[in-house]
Ligand binder design. Structure first.
Ligand code: FAD
Length: 475
């Protein structure tokens, strides 16, 4: 497939002037210093180059950009908050960046229908606050929520810590507005839960990582704001015990269970060592920990949590537990969880995996991966943590102490291969929530059904025949 002008893309001055006219000079960035923040992401893993960053403020401007890009075969990279972890938002080959951050209006909140229509550039935390302002919950929640955008969340089908109870981004969107590569505006902005009028086009764009079109707005589902949230930090001996606690919690609390995160001892140690103001909520050390949360619109969460933990102690599933006594303790428990990725940085290089396996297979996955990684790189330090309730583990591996960071990171593909082999064997996925981007593009054909890849290519060719939408990503 052709990838438009992106290879070493030079824009003729007349074309540059036309792009500038669409968004205004101030929002067409060409100076190195202005463009630089859009070219690399926070971890510094991916670096790109681009002659131009466009910052449209409306769907009409996005549409005009796409029309002009199609006319001149100019490759585009949509970008939201630039927090993606697989290099999907980076212009690796000199593409024009289309930053959606100025599309930042909440167009409508409809409390009777429990919906909120946001433009793509609305920051997730702002969307949450808007919902809270009308006594509703928009439950999507992730570590990057202060910077990531609704458009980015939908394009990556983000998961996060509440997927257990409320589902992933896909489950939270009722409708979408998308600008196609040729500039046509596809209006799928519906508030309907029930609408069986043919193919589900909305879901083709969700999770497509900007390769099929640019999402400009979405109608999102809102929920009742919980009145009571109870959080516990639990010490236990193994992921198998954590699974027993999950099963017990589900049978006791059913729909009240809104969070269930598994943390390895080393993940907790790194965070306590490196994150400011983080303390261990428990008196002694434990091989594994669970951070669990129950939420309720009535006063049921506390009784339920206490009943679960009492039973778990009796059944010798858990060894110690602390229940947050107030909001600041609850936030401190979550800080311990949220800072894990950042706390790995001072420990040197970290090779990341965002995998999922059937929930029951998580203990086997971790045990097998630890052995395989230990054999390949003696002294390597696996730091598994993540959303146990979704079978989604961030199986990160920190470098052995005292070795060169660069030498360790050079083994990235070797470690991936080993881990992905185990994931395949357990019928799992090599990308549970971060997407494919460029990071896992090479591996996708190895793990995905051949016909599925063919159909994906056919959809791409239909919607983006010139290959100008985020070329080189996913496929
Ligand atoms: P970007 O990074 O800007 O873009 C991501 C992808 O979406 C790119 O392919 C881009 O081209 C495309 N895109 C962006 N906006 C649009 C648009 N409007 N239309 C079409 N395509 C678009 N992810 C999780 O799923 N769960 C987590 O728990 C989680 N935790 C994280 C914690 C931290 C500290 C960090 C840094 C990241 C985390 N992420 C997590 C990853 C990331 O935050 C999500 O992928 C997020 O959804 C990306 O949103 P963004 O606006 O930053 O998108």
């Amino acid at each position: 497939m052709s990838i438009g002008r992106s290879e070493g893309q030079q824009l003729p001055p007349e074309l540059l002037a036309k792009f500038k006219t669409i968004v205004g000079d101030k929002h067409a960035l060409i100076d190195h210093g202005d463009v630089a923040p859009y070219l690399s992401e926070e971890r510094g893993l991916f670096h790109g180059r681009s002659p131009l960053v466009l910052r449209p403020a409306s769907t009409a401007e996005v549409s005009a950009i796409c029309r002009l890009a199609t006319e001149h075969k100019v490759a585009l990279v949509p970008q939201g908050g630039n927090t993606g972890l697989v290099g999907g938002q980076t212009p690796h080959h000199g593409e024009v960046v289309v930053s959606l951050r100025r599309l930042n209006k909440v167009r409508e909140v409809d409390t009777a229908s429990n919906t909120m229509t946001c433009e793509a550039g609305v920051v997730l935390q702002i969307a949450q606050q808007h919902a809270a302002g009308v006594d509703r919950l928009f439950p999507l929640s992730l570590g990057a929520e202060g910077s990531c955008t609704i458009g980015g969340n939908l394009s990556t089908n983000a998961g996060g810590t509440t997927a257990l109870a409320y589902g992933v981004a896909r489950d939270l969107a009722l409708g979408l507005e998308v600008v196609l590569a040729d500039g046509r505006v596809l209006n799928l902005l519906s508030k309907l839960k029930k609408d069986n009028t043919g193919y589900d086009l909305r879901n083709i764009f969700i999770g497509s990582e900007g390769t099929l079109g640019i999402i400009t707005a979405a109608t999102l589902r809102l929920f009742a704001e919980p009145r009571e949230i109870e959080t516990a930090f639990v010490g236990l001996t193994s992921p198998a015990q954590a699974l027993k606690l999950l099963a017990l919690s589900r049978s006791e609390a059913a729909g009240l269970l809104t969070g269930f995160e598994l943390l390895s001892q080393i993940a907790v140690e790194f965070t306590i060592r490196h994150a400011i103001g983080v303390r261990d909520p428990l008196a002694g050390k434990h091989p594994w920990y669970v951070l669990m949360e129950l939420s309720s619109p009535r006063d049921e969460a506390q009784t339920s949590l206490e009943a679960i933990l009492t039973q778990a102690f009796e059944d010798k599933i858990v060894d110690d537990a602390a229940i947050a006594a107030n909001l600041s303790q609850r936030l401190a428990f979550w800080k311990l969880r949220d800072e894990i990725s950042a706390a790995q940085k001072p420990e040197g290089g970290s090779i990341k995996h965002d995998i999922s396996v059937p929930v029951a297979a998580v203990p086997e996955f971790i045990a097998r991966a630890d052995i395989a990684v230990g054999k390949l790189i003696p002294g390597a330090r696996p730091v598994p943590f993540g959303h146990l309730g979704d079978g989604n583990i961030h199986y990160n591996v920190s470098q052995p102490i005292g070795v060169s960071r660069a030498d360790f990171l050079a083994r990235w593909r070797d470690v991936n291969e080993l881990v992905f082999e185990i994931v395949r064997d357990l019928s799992g996925s090599i990308s549970a929530e971060h997407g494919i981007g460029v990071l896992k593009r090479r591996e996708l054909p190895l793990v995905k059904d051949k016909i599925a890849i063919e159909v994906m290519r056919q959809i791409k060719a239909t919607l983006d025949p010139l290959g100008i939408m985020n070329p080189g990503k996913v496929l």
